[in-house]
Ligand binder design. Sequence first.
Ligand SMILES: *Cc1c(COP(=O)(O)O)cnc(C)c1O
Length: 436
Amino acid sequence: MSGRQTTEEIYRQMGISHDLWEIGERVLTDLKERFSKIDETAEINQIKVLGAMQKARISAEHFNGSTGYGYNDAGRDDLERVYASVFHTEDALVRSQITCGTHALSLALAANLRPGDELLSLSGKPYDTLEEVIGIRPSRGSLAEYGITYRQAELKEDGSFDAEAIRNALRPNTRIAAIQRSKGYLTRPSLSVEQIGEAIRFVKDLRPDILVMVDNCYGEFVDRIEPSDVGADMTVGSLIKNPGGGLAPMGGYIAGTKECVENCAVRLTSPGLGREVGASLGINRSLYQGLFLAPTVTAGALKGAIFAANLFERFGFTCIPNGKEPRQDIIQAIEFGSAKGLIAFCEGIQAAAPVDSYVSPEPWAMPGYDSDVIMAAGAFIQGSSIELSADGPLHEPYAAYFQGGLTFPHAKFGILKAAQRLLDQNLIKPGAWQRN
Ligand SMILES: *Cc1c(COP(=O)(O)O)cnc(C)c1O
């Protein structure tokens, strides 16, 4: 018979040494104030989501799915009203037929650009998968194939918008200006909603005819406002990241002006059909319930990222963002400086998963990458990166990109498990360890 356990005992039982556990607790004590601010943001966003659901008079009928054409699917249509209300936009398209974040972004662009138009990125190089969407890397079906040109204004050295570069990059046919909030796999800082707002005002003052699209992936509910609150015409993201709350099994969203969203709807299905079709099958309940949980799930993931940065900084590793910096998304990069360190970290994250914890991640040559990549994910939803996950390419600086955790206790455990793995393999310098 086992009695009531202390947290330390249960961690020890799960392979975390007493010393490491204690350091973790010390790190967390220093983070109390910061965590309470995150809880406050979660509280505000929770009430915002709740209010939106009440306003849309959500009832049990909304959870009935539709089949076939999916006509008159009130659950699907009202979920879109709820998203529009949360993002303070005229309209939103939230669909399982939007297969992922890349698809949502591709849809937003393709639906609102016409041959001869130009797309301008205000935040430098876009996320990897968009290179093929745009045609930066030649690709079948790219915007380039449809006669849509592309240009980018680089960010300044410090990662902020470069007003002069933006002004110089504008052309008479510039139609959409795109901004990526999260740094993705780059080491630039992520952009704050305030910064995004300033850039939007700058562009719209010069050229009110230009539409602004923001890639909001990993940013939802990290702040109390969203890009749509500061003038974005389209705010776009994936449901297997923050706004799906870990429960959405698939999907993407576009929240924006009536005109932009309508263009997306007819492009997603077909001219003439638009948003009237698209069976939701049985997933409405998960999309509602996931959105309902998203503010607190995001808060947990955010705390996990901050805990990881502060713990691994104590062990002498460079963390981006660092332990003190403000956060605009839930992604944490940790530079290990060696393949062994990166692999050990990912093994630890995998070993902490609720699913596939017994398998060991191996570096492999992933299509589209120029070096091997290692990925750790033991998720309920395939590829879901609001769940605890990590990956990194095996080249300098051997950085792991780490994110998620459906609950903070799980994120914390995963981070400790990863640190333990590095300790067991003597990959943490004894000096760094003892100093604390
Ligand atoms: C994840 C992500 C995407 C693409 O989303 P997928 O669902 O992986 O296709 C685009 N932009 C950013 C910044 C992302 O983080």
